[in-house]
Write a protein that binds this ligand. Sequence first.
Ligand code: TEU
Length: 535
Amino acid sequence: MNKEWWRNAIIYQIYPRSYKDTDGDGIGDIPGIIEKLDYIKGLGVDCIWLSPVYASPNFDNGYDISDYKAIHPDFGTMEDFDRLVSEAKARDIKIIMDLVINHTSDEHEWFKKALAGDKKYRDYYYFREKRNNWGSFFGGRTWEKVPGEDMYYLHLFSKKQPDLNWKNPDVYNEICDIMRFWLDKGIAGFRCDVINVIYKNSLENGKRRLVLTGLEHYLSTDGCHEILKRLQKDVLSKYDAFTVGETVMVDPDAANLLMGEDRKELNMVFGFEHMECDQRGVKWFKRRYSPERLIAALDKWQTGCEWTANYLENHDQPRSVSRFGDAENLRKESAKMLCVLNLALRGTPYIYQGEEIGMTNGDFDRMSEIEDIESKNVAKILKKFLVPRGAIKKMIKKTTRDNARTPMQWDHSAGAGFTDGMPWLKINGNHEWINVEDDEKNENGVIAFYKDMIALRKQSDALQFGDYSRLEAKKGIYAFVRKAEKETLTVLINMNGYSEKMPEITGRVLISNYDRENLEEMKGLMKPYEALILK
Ligand code: TEU
């Protein structure tokens, strides 16, 4: 295995809309990110993944791009972006951008021309007279009628996000050109949005499934592998650029085909199986979270893949403390435990903004406070099926992507230090006691723990590159060994919300979320959400 920079990098995801607003419009912006670069550097971050900052009508908050080479005015200007890259570089921080190429916005020039009847651009998308039965990722159907014509276009996501036709060589060339444009500006690579669904083999009807009928016609197709190889050869390799793919519905075998070192496609992928451990079929139908199921999914990927992209949060997922910990009574302990989990597994760790202070799910009271297009679509569908209002609200509140998108909590002031204006999404009331300023003052704060854990990881060969093997332990206790040539560390995590017997292990405590000096004081028991690393 080569030790490329991205293997031992700590990657921090920024959702720009919610990070830091400097002009009082209630929306985070690029100057805000620049302001916070020293903070980010201070955590020990090596690379920022920037969620979309491109021009967009924002129906899916930038994942619907109307101009790939322009910065959304909400976020600032191209000069601001260039300054961000150079200021980051001055601090030795790399930047990767979101590459959303399965679809464009319906307000993209290409689509507008296509709608106006321009043949060339019609072929950039999928226009058909007959619809198939495919289901959308956001619920409902995937074909939208073209006004005034007996014609429909395909959209796997919202109707504001028409799918690009990757069989068309012009589309390929356009995207190559866009990638070069940003790489020439000095970015280090891309996070590739839903990259394994871009190439549709056929538009035949799919086998009926509870969710995502049609999947077999576009999931990780040979055409997709082919495109990824070509992008690597024609563009990415020329810049030595890094890619992490967001890959839906893959298991480790499928993931390996997208990222194996010999495959020359992607460097790593985000899997979803561990994020699906608390759901039945679809994420809206939650089942009781069980640590064993989460551990099983993580272990499956750790053993099934040479390398993984590790994450417990992102802009699409509820907050991890609320989901896998106890946000009420043991918030800091759980946040620190999840930090150990995320950073001690083999692979590259991704930290989502706010995770480093243990931010919790949004405290939404009313459906009208929800902004997310997916949640709104799903609520509409549930209503059609006569699901009672209360039940809909409960489902949405638990699972909405807005849980992760509430503004970053910088301090306890009214605007949370995020904005002086009206925030675009409700600020969590708990910013009064969960915020960067207060946490940083506390030597037992979550941030301090993150810094320690990142520092520990950086000087440990075992944590950065070592092998992984799981140890036998009680239910809900995740015990594993990371072993490098000259170093062996044991990671012990009680993911239960209750005390549990600890496995028989000896060693010196390197880090502990309960401030343990040694193992003897534990008397064989691990406290709820207790995590340690031993040498
Ligand atoms: O997400 C793709 C995706 O399939 C899911 O994460 C999705 O958000 C949802 O949870 C399915 O139920 C990516 C982006 O991360 C997301 O923000 C975009 O909305 C989506 O692609 C479309 O570009």
